[in-house]
Structure formats: C-alpha cells, structure tokens
Design a protein around this ligand. Structure first.
Ligand code: 13P
Length: 276
C-alpha cells in the first residue's frame, strides 16, 4: 500500500480502498480495476468479521490481489485489537490500520507505535487515525465526529513512522443524514504540515466536487464501504424486479455487477484510472 500511496501523492490522484464482504464483491471491484488499469486496495474492517471470518475472507482477498494483473494491496481496515491485526498480517495483508481514535491522544500514539512494530515484522504498512471520523464502520455506533488537530498530526507523525494518516474533517461512515460539510481548511493545514499520505474515510455520500477537492488537498486513499453494499443490494433487487434472476448464478452475477458499477464510478472520480 505504501508504494501505491506514494505514487498517488506524487501524481495527485487517490487510490480507491474498497470494502468487500465476499468473493462476488472482490471480483466486481477487480473487474473494474482491470478494465480501467487502476491501482486499488481491497479492505475489510474488523467489525465486519462476524459476517466474513478473517481466516476465510483474508486468504481469498490475498489470492485475488496476487492473481490480478494490476497493483492491488490488501488492507485490514479499522483494526481495533492486536490479535486480529496480527492475524491479518500473518495471512499476508500488505497493510493494516490501527484505529486508536477512541483513545486519548497519548494512548493512541503508544498503541499505534506497538502496532507499527508488528506491521514492520511482516514488511507491511500502517495507517493511523487522528481525531475521530463520525459514525462507525458498520453503523452499530453513533460515534461523534471530532476534527483532527493539525498540531497533533505533526506530533503523531514525528513519533510514529506510519505510512498513511486518516483525517477527520467532517467526514463520517455510512450514509450521511445531511450533506457533509468538509473542513478543507483543516485538511490543507495537515497537508502542509506532514509528509505522510492522507486518507479520507466515509467516502459514501461525498460529492464528486468534494472528492476532487480532497484529492487536490492531499488525500491519497479514499475508503468506500456503504456505497458498495448499497450498489450490490440495489443491483440484485432491480434484477429480481426485472425478472432477470432465474437461479443462483444469476444472483451471483448481479452481485458482482453491483460491486463493479460502484467501483467504476469511484475510480473515475478519484483520477486513478490508467495509473497502474
Ligand atoms: P463509508 O461506509 O461511508 O463508505 O465509509 C467507508 C470507510 O471509511 C471504511 O473505513
């Protein structure tokens, strides 16, 4: 992931980091990635493992990335426990996120440094978070958004040699209840103060213009989860309504197509098409 993000930073585009839950979504995303000749990241968050156990979905993701002709990283999103983060590293994930946003800042730094040591044992990259992105990855908690403090971002990056930093600038996970108002001023300050590639979580529901502005202001990785799940569900529902599903494999095809369409849409906005 580190190499993908450094290239994105240098050439001013963002790599899509797509959350997946099953093989159909992995294949849909990779089909879009291959057609557009894009780099990409496949990710799954720790809170999703009840539905997609890491020991099953993890090797599938790694195998799919290795089999792709495009540069595809495999990322463990919102790692909360050392146990699961280390399991992902053992399986071959190329990067992990340690989400210490729920801890006081000194604790977030200390725990992030411990996870960095684990990631480095496997030659993997580390993403950290500063401030707190709103909502929660699976919608189970209504976590309050807390914008990142640029001064803390500097201190964090000085003390922990992370490879990517997730910022909180008014973004939130899940579908936005009202139109997001992103704090581009904070993003710009952070971009001007630290060298590390920046990450935007909560991509679902952010407008095309805001995505482009974020990329201009230093965002190199954009996480998309809910939009993929919604697109898959919508595609399946429409296929049923149209009478296009006659048996399981039509259902599977519709699922894959839902993930493909959503990935295509975002890849074009993020400017990563043709960058593989
Ligand atoms: P969305 O569900 O809002 O797309 O957020 C994705 C995300 O940030 C995963 O970490």
């Amino acid at each position: 992931m580190k190499d993908l993000l450094l290239d994105a930073q240098k050439n001013k585009y963002a790599v899509g980091s797509f959350s997946i839950a099953n093989m159909e979504m992995v294949r849909g995303v990779l089909q879009a990635v291959e057609e557009t000749k894009s780099p990409a990241i496949l990710q799954i968050a720790e809170v999703r493992l009840n539905h997609s156990p890491l020991e099953i979905i993890g090797p599938l993701m790694v195998a799919a990335a290795k089999n792709s002709a495009m540069p595809v990283a495999v990322h463990f999103d919102h790692g909360k426990t050392k146990e699961k983060i280390c399991q992902a590293l053992e399986i071959g994930f190329t990067s992990v996120m340690f989400d210490g946003s729920g801890y006081p800042f000194p604790e977030n730094k200390k725990l992030s440094a411990e996870i960095l040591a684990e990631a480095r044992k496997h030659g993997a990259a580390l993403e950290c978070e500063i401030g707190c992105v709103g909502g929660s990855e699976d919608g189970s908690e209504d976590i309050a958004m807390n914008c990142s403090d640029p001064a803390q971002a500097v201190e964090f990056c000085d003390e922990v040699a992370m490879d990517a930093l997730a910022v909180a600038i008014g973004n939130a996970h899940g579908n936005y209840k009202e139109e997001p108002k992103l704090r581009f001023d904070i993003l710009e300050k952070i971009r001007d103060s630290v060298a590390v590639p920046l990450v935007l979580h909560g991509g679902t529901g952010i407008s095309e213009n805001d995505f482009r502005k974020c990329v201009e202001l230093g965002i190199c990785k954009i996480n998309i989860a809910t939009a993929t799940f919604d697109s898959v569900e919508r595609e399946v529902r429409e296929a049923y309504t149209a009478g296009a599903i006659n048996g399981y494999y039509d259902l599977q095809t519709a699922e894959t197509r839902g993930a493909y369409k959503n990935a295509m849409k975002h890849i074009k906005i993020f400017g990563c098409a043709g960058k593989a």
